[in-house]
Design a protein around this ligand. Structure first.
Ligand code: ZN
Length: 204
């Protein structure tokens, strides 16, 4: 099932600006192979298995089921990160293990919020799973949209954390963990972590 193409450019990529909420400069791979569709969009209805059609709903083209009316409101996932410093001002980081996005590179401990899970609870859980440390999760330090994986766009929220217990050990999808001075960081997985570090260095 096709859709009306108001650009008259069948087969061509939409003009820059068609999706003002995406900064393609952040990641050129965000440009989809098919106009107005993202990699990983559903093909069939997850409720009744009818093939979805593309229709305009509230100003954007979305996938809708012609049988049961399901609309795929494709929202970013929510990620929660915890920023922990030691007494020497070094930040706690994890190396992303095999199978992770950007494996082998380092990030602030973080993960996805589960459906039904409170966000600070998720942040503390991810920190514990990846580093073995328990922490009190405090104020928001940073918020950013992440476009590094066009199949799984996210909004990240970075919280300040204070360690309350546990034993440092890499776990879950992290295969190493360590403390790093802001002037001597390991290779970073994500621009959004880098943005936060740049700001923190400026505030010292
Ligand atoms: Zn359906």
């Amino acid at each position: 099932m096709g859709h009306d193409n108001d650009q008259g450019n069948d087969g061509a990529l939409p003009a820059v600006g068609d999706r003002p909420f995406v900064d393609r400069a952040l990641n050129p791979s965000v440009a989809p192979n098919h106009p107005h569709e993202w990699p990983g969009d559903y093909t069939f209805c997850p409720h009744c298995a009818t093939e979805l059609e593309t229709v305009e709903v509230y100003g954007h083209l979305r996938r809708r089921c012609p049988s049961c009316g399901f609309i795929h409101w494709r929202n970013p996932g929510v990620g929660a990160a915890v920023v922990v410093f030691d007494d020497d001002g070094r930040v706690l980081m994890v190396r992303r293990g095999p199978g992770s996005t950007r494996s082998g590179y380092w990030s602030i401990p973080a993960g996805f919020v589960d459906y039904g899970e409170e966000i600070r609870t998720a942040a503390a859980r991810e920190l514990l799973e990846e580093t073995g440390l328990e922490a009190a999760v405090g104020d928001v330090m940073h918020v950013a949209s992440n476009f590094h994986d066009p199949t799984k766009l996210t909004v990240g929220i970075w919280f300040a954390g204070t360690v309350t217990g546990g034993t440092l050990a890499a776990g879950d999808d992290a295969d190493a963990v360590g403390w790093f001075a802001l002037d001597d960081l390991p290779p970073l997985a994500f621009e959004t972590d880098a943005d936060l570090f740049e700001r923190l260095r400026g505030e010292r």
